[in-house]
Write a protein that binds this ligand. Structure first.
Ligand SMILES: [Zn+2]
Length: 717
């Protein structure tokens, strides 16, 4: 391998022939770069009779990141040789690919590594790619047919490596040093947690596939990831159950027998059968051939401890018992085929915990301990699960003209895999303007296996903010065939109760008082190709004295990555119009967010720059604004059509909006212009009397608005 540090100028190029020779490899790659810095190192193998030469080659700009790369190569070669069997070749090389191209790529003896965000991630990728010398290189399985056999076993070994090397810092993985170690946010995220979250998050999903299917079949992208993570956490669990010594014995025998050959899954499994007394079918069948998930729980009833299996994957369960003082009395493995099992607890047991070290990838962990304390985290961190995790976030970002700035706290629990999709959030803030507490409470529960739907989520929100106090009960469900991306149907059902304070709202836009609203929306989307997407939707909304119906459809076409055309058309009408609250009318220039779902800075109509409708746009209606009658609205039929066109080179989008109603003076209202991020700049308005296009800067200044169409981020409104 050759490295020219400087280009020789004004001299004839020197030609040179370099020969590379390596026996017993099934692939090769070759890399060159005249600017690389080259580091060389040595790895003495266990018996000290032979050493391996280590090379790392990287660009000067990545020198700081790659400073310890020889150490990473050394430790990878060392631990894999110890775990499975000696590295049989003479070189291990890692080269800097300096692209963000999927982590890295493995070849026998050499690996190319992508750009990484932290030294830990670089070490992670280097050890992973070096590890492929064992799984894929020396044990040459076919990755397209059995991805888990190399990627999965390799990923499992990555966790082993990390837990050997970094146990003194609790196996932490640093992605962002300042955030994790200085601010303490996500400080304790460890190597195993990342893997666990990946599989617990998709535990019950109908989109999960068995690992052991060929990439030539309908193999989803998510399944590619699961082949790494499911194998890794399950193998680690098996190691915990069998003991490290046993695993070493099995793996080393497998390696010795199958090195430089092409093992199949059954060949791998046969070494478990050879070295174990117990039948290991439960593991291999469930982990690799099925999509089953682990979900155990434990309850204490008087002096009785009951173990319940709510999952589809029955595994040996480790249970630890604790006395009154919280000291561990004993722990043992329980194997049962019953749904509910009464456990044989030591007589002085005060509490018990399933899987005390959190090795078993149980998808719903919080019910695995009978005694739970409270633990707090700043912003977020690795969940304890067995205690109640309370994450506390200082909240300084909320503002509206009625409440002013409302500093406070957001306190949350859940929102991560392991909680069975149960989440809760509390936003508690103080309104210094009106001297009262404001904020809200949110509970949500996601479902992966419910009738009629592919998945769904139910929510309860209670809150008081911006002069509205109320309640929202909602369910949204998705309908689609498992593993398909199109078509997807969505149902949204909401029930709202609003109590609106007249002092907090512009009386021209909102009717104060109490409103009970029911809403049902249906939508179906198709994506015939990555270039095209279209949808049709309908909605019905009922309140005390009105029923409002709407139909809409849209089409998006991508000519190229940066050239996109979107067309949206909608029509709506009131089917019952006895008593329509002002906020539910159709406004030509947008909605006033009648159900308080969005961030609206000024509903009071008192600010000069952020008045809803006048200065801010919240979806629906056209993006132009009639400055001498901005509140033009109707309770008759209202239709609108909007076209967005992105153009390469130019930032922002061009838009063309048309709307009309039989109630309005003109038959149609056309506005066109462009949007730059959230800013809407009209350049043509058909209804203008003086000038339909800008004739001075003031024309634009009076008509530009800010589109605030994102949902309110604070919880529970
Ligand atoms: Zn890999």
């Amino acid at each position: 391998k050759k490295n020219k540090k400087k280009k020789k100028k004004d001299t004839e190029p020197v030609m040179k022939t370099v020969h590379f020779r390596q026996d017993k490899v099934h692939d090769f790659a070759w890399f060159a770069d005249p600017y690389w810095i080259v580091q060389k190192g040595k790895l003495w193998l266990e018996d000290s009779t032979r050493y391996i030469i280590l090379w790392s080659m990287y660009l000067p700009k990545n020198a700081e990141m790659w400073r310890s790369s020889i150490e990473y190569l050394h430790d990878s070669g060392y631990w894999y040789s110890r775990f499975y069997g000696e590295y049989p070749y003479n070189h291990i090389t890692a080269v800097d690919g300096d692209m963000s191209a999927g982590g890295g790529m493995e070849y026998p003896n050499i690996t190319v590594i992508s750009r990484d965000r932290s030294k830990d991630l670089l070490e992670y990728v280097i050890m992973h790619e070096v590890g492929h010398n064992w799984f894929f290189g020396i044990l040459g399985n076919n990755e397209r047919d059995h991805t888990w056999l190399d990627e999965g076993l390799n990923e499992y070994s990555n966790i082993r490596y990390w837990e050997k090397k970094y146990s003194d810092r609790d196996n932490q993985v640093i992605v962002q040093d300042f955030v994790q170690n200085k601010l303490g946010i996500g400080k304790n995220f460890d190597i195993h947690l990342f893997h666990y979250l990946s599989i617990a998050g998709t535990g019950k999903s109908r989109d999960v596939q068995p690992l052991n299917i060929s990439a030539n079949e309908n193999f989803s992208y998510a399944n590619y990831g699961q082949n790494y993570t499911r194998t890794a956490v399950m193998m680690r669990f098996l190691q915990h159950y069998l003991g490290e010594e046993k695993i070493d014995q099995i793996m080393q025998d497998f390696y010795e027998t199958w090195k430089f050959r092409h093992p199949q899954p059954d060949d791998f499994r046969s070494f478990f059968e050879k070295h174990l007394d117990e039948d290991i079918t439960w593991f291999f069948e469930n982990v690799f051939e099925k999509t089953s998930y682990i979900d155990f729980s434990i309850t204490k009833n008087g002096n009785m401890f009951l173990l319940t299996n709510s999952g589809t994957f029955n595994v040996p369960v480790e249970v630890a018992y604790y006395d009154e003082a919280g000291e561990e009395i004993s722990r043992l493995w329980v194997r049962t085929n019953d749904t509910t099992t009464q456990l044989d607890a030591p007589p002085n047991s005060a509490s018990a915990t399933i899987d005390p070290d959190q090795v078993m990838p149980d998808i719903y962990r919080v019910n695995n301990a009978t005694k739970r304390g409270i633990i707090t985290h700043f912003i977020f961190d690795k969940p304890s699960y067995y205690d109640r995790d309370i994450n506390i976030v200082p909240w300084l970002f909320s503002y509206n003209t009625y409440n002013g700035f409302t500093p406070g706290l957001v306190v949350w629990n859940g929102f991560l895999p392991g909680y069975d999709k149960r989440s809760a959030g509390l936003n508690l803030m103080y309104d210094f303007k009106n001297n009262k507490l404001v904020g809200g409470l949110l509970f949500s529960k996601g479902f992966d296996q419910i009738q009629f739907f592919h998945s769904g989520v139910g929510r309860v929100k209670i809150g008081t903010m911006a002069g509205r106090s109320g309640l929202q009960l909602s369910f949204s469900g998705t309908m689609k065939k498992p593993l398909t991306k199109s078509p997807i149907a969505k149902v949204d059902a909401d029930l709202y109760y609003h109590s609106l304070d007249g002092n907090a709202m512009d009386p021209e836009l909102y009717n104060a008082g109490n409103h009970t609203i029911a809403s049902l929306k249906l939508e179906k989307r198709w994506r015939p190709s990555i270039f095209k997407e279209y949808f049709v939707g309908s909605g019905i909304k009922m309140g005390d004295g009105f029923v409002k119906g709407s139909l809409n459809s849209g089409f998006t076409y991508r000519m190229a990555k940066k050239i996109k055309t979107s067309i949206f058309a909608g029509v709506g009408s009131f089917l019952v119009s006895e008593k329509i609250p002002l906020q539910n009318r159709y406004y030509l220039s947008g909605t006033v967010d009648p159900d308080f779902e969005q961030l609206v800075i000024d509903r009071t109509g008192t600010s000069s720059d952020f008045k809803v409708l006048y200065n801010t746009y919240h979806g629906s209606g056209i993006r132009g604004i009639m400055i001498d009658n901005p509140l033009l609205s109707t309770d008759n039929i209202f239709w609108h059509m909007k076209i967005d066109q992105s153009i390469p080179i130019l930032p922002g989008n061009l838009f063309l909006d048309i709307a009309g109603s039989p109630d309005f003076e003109e038959s149609q209202y056309v506005s066109a212009g462009f949007t730059l991020g959230p800013i809407i700049i009209p350049l043509y308005q058909s209804w203008e009397v003086e000038s339909k296009v800008p004739n001075n800067f003031d024309w634009i200044k009076k008509r530009f608005r800010v589109a605030l169409v994102f949902p309110d981020i604070a919880v529970g409104r």
